[in-house]
Design a protein around this ligand. Structure first.
Ligand code: NDP
Length: 329
């Protein structure tokens, strides 16, 4: 069994030296436990925060211990009722080839309904983040104009497509390369821009001259400032993530125009996907219907091998992914 440990805590941008590949024995199950051979694991931006030793909504990773996070694997040993070898389960002990789990922490998924990676992306937490964030937190209604940042990523690409499927009049996305901008147009975004080309404020004004009603924030900083400027009276922002500042050691310089929320009576609302589990059944039904009908696409960027998991994670922070970043084990 090989697993990735946190070797040291990064200051600023993490590097390969912050991780260590460690070989251990394959675990054996005690009563109520499962041993799972992981097939695929997720790398996610929130993991950067867990590398710091600070109190947050998820506890920090421990030094010299394996990292963890969403994974799907096959049960190879079961000492728990209701699970048998060959079952495929979703659980929270990624970053290792073999996971020892309490059966209570595992949920069976059906690998014949969707590829296993989908349970970590479009049909999993990132899909629910997009769905709940746009519709419940952002309260998007048909006929509105929506702007989403990190739009070619896992959450963002789904936000834009769900917005169109739910009748948004205009959907604008920003992303970090010409190829990503091109992909957004293929996915049905009405306008898309590369945020490196010009100040976000200018690009957004050109893409949505009449302003926006909903901003789905994955980035923070200058993107949030531009959105606050572009939001129409009573507009809403669903604050999902602020990836532009996850590696910063200094507080962000933007947004500088927060006072506009008063006059325009804006709502800026942060959220955590785990508080929206009540939407899960509705989300899975609706999302799988769109997938089946070919009305919704989900890109994946897949990296092979546990030894490459740190590089996959670092690549995610640098924007090397299109859609969901996964590691196949
Ligand atoms: P993505 O697939 O979107 O990958 C991250 C992307 O962020 C990169 O591909 C990169 O794309 C972009 N990015 C990186 N640095 C910057 C920067 N400085 N400015 C602009 N864009 C940048 O990841 P996810 O879909 O998993 O997550 C998207 C956001 O949602 C994150 O902020 C994450 O923390 C948040 N999140 C929040 C949840 C919640 O419960 N609140 C749950 C899940 C995710 P590019 O090439 O375009 O720069």
């Amino acid at each position: 069994n090989r697993e990735i440990h946190l070797a040291s805590r990064p200051q600023g941008w993490p590097t390969a030296e912050n991780f260590r590949l460690v070989t251990t024995d394959v675990p054996t199950a005690a009563d109520g436990q499962l041993v799972v051979r992981n097939l695929v694991m997720s790398v996610d931006p929130y993991m950067r925060g867990r590398m710091n030793d600070v109190k947050s909504y998820v506890p920090p990773f421990r030094l010299d211990a394996p990292l963890d996070g969403g994974a799907v694997g096959e049960v190879v040993e079961s000492r728990a009722d209701g699970f048998a070898p060959g079952d495929v389960v979703l659980h929270g002990l990624g970053w290792r080839e073999y996971a020892l789990l309490d059966a209570k922490a595992a949920r069976k998924v059906d690998p014949t309904l969707a590829p296993v990676g989908a349970y970590l992306g479009v049909l999993g937490l990132t899909g629910l983040t997009a769905y709940a964030g746009l519709l419940e937190v952002g309260g998007m209604r048909a006929g509105e104009t929506v702007f989403v940042s990190a739009a070619a990523g896992s959450v963002g690409s789904l936000v834009g497509q769900i917005a169109k499927l739910k009748g948004a009049a205009r959907v604008v996305g920003s992303a970090g390369s010409p190829a990503k901008v091109e992909r957004l147009r293929e996915l049905g975004f009405d306008a898309a821009f590369d945020y490196h080309d010009a100040p976000v404020r200018d690009s957004l004004r050109a893409a949505a001259p009449d302003g926006i009603d909903v901003y789905f924030d994955n980035v923070g900083g200058d993107h949030l400032e531009a959105a606050i400027g572009a939001l129409r009276p009573h507009g809403r922002a669903a604050i999902c993530g602020m990836i532009a500042q996850y590696n910063d050691s200094e507080p962000p310089a933007a947004p500088r125009n927060l006072a506009l929320v008063i006059g325009k009576q804006l709502t800026l609302r942060g959220f955590l996907v785990n508080s929206h589990n009540h939407l899960r059944d509705q989300f899975v039904t609706e999302m799988s219907g769109w997938l089946r009908d070919g009305r919704l696409h989900h890109d994946e960027t897949v990296v092979d091998g546990i030894e490459n998991a740190p590089e996959a994670f670092l690549g995610l922070l640098r924007g090397q992914n299109l859609g969901k970043m996964l590691v196949r084990l």
